[in-house]
Design a protein around this ligand. Sequence first.
Ligand SMILES: Cc1cc2nc3c(=O)[nH]c(=O)nc-3n(C[C@H](O)[C@H](O)[C@H](O)COP(=O)(O)OP(=O)(O)OC[C@H]3O[C@@H](n4cnc5c(N)ncnc54)[C@H](O)[C@@H]3O)c2cc1C
Ligand code: FES
Length: 285
Amino acid sequence: MTAATTQQPPVSRDPMVPRPFRVVASHLDTDDTVTLSLEPMGSDPLVFAPGQFTMLHAFGVGEVPISICGDPTRPDPLMHTIRDVGNVTHALVSAEVGAVVGVRGPYGTGWRPGDGVGGDLLMVAGGIGLAPLRPALLEVASRRDEYDRVVLLYGARSPADILFEDDLRRWADECRIEVAVTVDYAPPEWDGRVGPVTTLVGRAGFDPPRTLALVCGPEIMMTLTANALLGRGVAPHRMRLSMERNMKCGAGLCGHCQLREFFLCVDGPVLPYSQLAPLLDVREL
Ligand SMILES: Cc1cc2nc3c(=O)[nH]c(=O)nc-3n(C[C@H](O)[C@H](O)[C@H](O)COP(=O)(O)OP(=O)(O)OC[C@H]3O[C@@H](n4cnc5c(N)ncnc54)[C@H](O)[C@@H]3O)c2cc1C
Ligand code: FES
């Protein structure tokens, strides 16, 4: 049996019941990562804020939290970039055009890039962490004149793992966004930067007291980036990190995502570093 069915389930009003969405496009980004475009079946498009996530349901397999990666000003189709790491994500990246998946949400707090209007905006992404930041980048690109410097620092495992290459070029060439990309390892023909994304922080052009920093990636990368930003003089309350923990309900009911006093599905995933700093070494419950 395939995980994503082509039959149309009924639309429920219960917020815990997934709404059916049809896969209208599936784009292979890298060898293990796919972007799915989804259209609602019999319900309105899902309006979301940059940084929010949905619970994506592969029928017969399970449900996982995945960040929305599309344009917040154009919520239809609904886009998610998914890395194939286990059962549910494998079923989702395997969903073909025409298949039906379930969607609950949107859930969680957003990046709120608008808080950086009038100053500099710095975004630092590691790996698949560029996907949750993409809606913020699209929003900022559409209101570019409201910011001073806008900088994106992006680290991927290798050149073959770089996501959204067309976007990266467009943001740099047409949107006056300073884009710097680095990879952990590269073949000899790569003439770009090699090394962790944190090494880019020291050289990046932004004015720390006037900077809002949005950081998304593996936890160790976010911790090291936050330390580098502190070293440059960015205030802890002006850094926002997106925290990933196991989630079941996505709606503040089950406690699976608890990190001390926070339920990350409702209080997060995006939280200021000033609140997260004492918690970053707390393991999952
Ligand atoms: C708020 C939020 C937003 C997310 N956004 C995205 C996204 O945009 N794209 C995307 O591909 N993934 C995203 N994830 C991670 C995604 O939810 C997990 O990869 C997924 O739950 C794995 O489920 P699985 O059944 O496929 O694999 P499992 O069998 O559950 O796990 C396979 C492997 O992945 C690891 N893993 C499971 N969950 C996570 C997690 N939350 N973070 C890191 N490693 C994990 C496990 O430890 C295990 O090693 C997000 C997670 C959260 C909490
Ligand atoms: S996932 Fe259930 S409370 Fe957060």
